[in-house]
Design a protein around this ligand. Structure first.
Ligand SMILES: Cc1ncc(COP(=O)(O)O)c(C=O)c1O
Length: 370
């Protein structure tokens, strides 16, 4: 018997997937993707949701819709995964990395200001680990410089700050539903958007421009193979209905694990900002031990997964394809990644799993000499 909240049964997902299967094969069908979009628009109170094949594709179609193209520059934090930068490059634009403040995890705005040029077209804030920066500050920064805001909210479904939902700060909010996300569907993604023109562009672009925006001609330009597959959409739609319960579970899991680690040597739970309603995506601990990254890697070898230990997350500006000798690396981002233990959870992690993680972490922290 677990003390974590019970989820609605998985049968609802099975029924939905079987219903999609019953209509297959049908090359024209997008019925379940449309249902997923409808459910999302309602759940997140937005005018439109556009279902796509991944979080990376969500960023790709959204950046295209706001007009990012060859020779543009796009600001993004170095504190992110490479998938945030990839669509910028695919569109022919240049990713320009901005540092983050190690105290707040928000963008380092002084650094951001120094990175703006006449070519800067957009900014892509990333709510890593579900933690969200100050939306008012971001809006003011972007508005003053005429930049479009396209949020990478891949990990932030359900977070809000000062009453603003992650994914609702600017023109478009991009999400991933890859397994591990709170709202999961094995693979997949979506964009939340209010402007009809942007949604029309994204719908055309995700599917080889076969269904053009009103007034356009089919395939008058190139697009992507980026639609959400119907079986995935059926799964995703069933999970939107479970989303409140999935959020509640992740919150309980994170609180349980952090509670079990209270007093662990050298480890301090990180708190959200006072005006932030955090989705508890990942239990976060500051590692005050020597050689902190090696500690996370050591835990991963013992079966405790984390962003740095398991996925070797490093600041994006230091990846080989972006690292340049001409600019200084983003030290705040490096410091955050090196010193944060960001544990990876899924809805399958019950109390026994969480207690095992806590026991291993506490034991190893006690013994760790770096
Ligand atoms: C912050 C962030 N951005 C973008 C992505 C890309 O999403 P996907 O893997 O669905 O393409 C992910 C997902 O892993 C992510 O965590």
């Amino acid at each position: 018997m677990t003390g974590l909240p019970q989820l609605p049964p998985l049968e609802s997902i099975g029924d939905s997937v079987l219903a999609a299967l019953a209509g297959m094969p049908d090359p024209a069908s997008a019925e379940f993707a449309a249902r997923f979009e409808h459910a999302l628009a309602q759940a997140f109170a937005r005018q439109h949701a556009v279902a796509v094949s991944s979080g990376t594709t969500a960023l790709h179609v959204a950046l295209s819709a706001v007009g990012v193209g060859p020779d543009d520059e796009v600001l993004l934090p170095a504190l992110t995964v490479v998938m945030t930068a990839q669509p910028i490059v695919e569109l022919g634009a240049k990713p320009v990395f901005v540092d983050s403040d190690p105290d707040t995890f928000d963008l380092d705005y002084a650094h951001a200001v120094s990175k703006v040029t006449a070519r800067t077209k957009a900014i892509v804030p990333v709510h890593l680990w579900g933690r969200m920066g100050d939306p008012a500050r971001l809006r003011a920064f972007a508005a003053e410089r005429g930049l479009a805001i396209v949020e990478d909210a891949a990990q932030a479904a359900g977070t809000s700050r000062a009453g603003v939902l992650a994914g609702s700060v600017g023109a478009a909010g991009c999400f991933s539903t890859r397994d591990g996300k709170i709202l999961w569907s094995n693979e997949g993604g979506f964009v939340l958007v209010d402007e009809r023109d942007l949604a029309d562009h994204m719908r055309a672009f995700r599917g080889h421009w076969l269904t053009p925006p009103p007034g356009g001609r089919p395939q008058e330009r190139l697009g992507l193979p980026g639609r959400m597959p119907e079986l995935i959409a059926a799964l995703a739609q069933a999970n939107v209905l479970r989303f409140p319960s999935l959020l509640e579970l992740r919150r309980a899991q994170t609180i349980h694990l952090l509670g079990a680690l209270a007093g662990a040597r050298g480890l301090t739970p990180l708190q959200p900002a006072p005006d932030e309603t955090w989705n508890h995506y990942s239990p976060l601990l500051h590692i005050g031990l020597p050689n902190p990254r090696a500690f996370a890697e050591h835990l991963a070898q013992l079966g405790v997964p984390s962003s740095t230990g398991s996925f070797r997350l490093v600041p994006c500006d230091t990846r080989p394809m972006f690292a340049g000798s001409d600019r200084a690396p983003c030290r705040g981002a490096a410091q955050i990644l090196d010193r944060t233990l960001a544990l990876v959870l899924t809805e399958r992690d019950d109390e026994a799993v969480l207690d095992r993680y806590a026991a291993v972490i506490a034991r190893e922290a006690d013994a760790w000499r770096g």
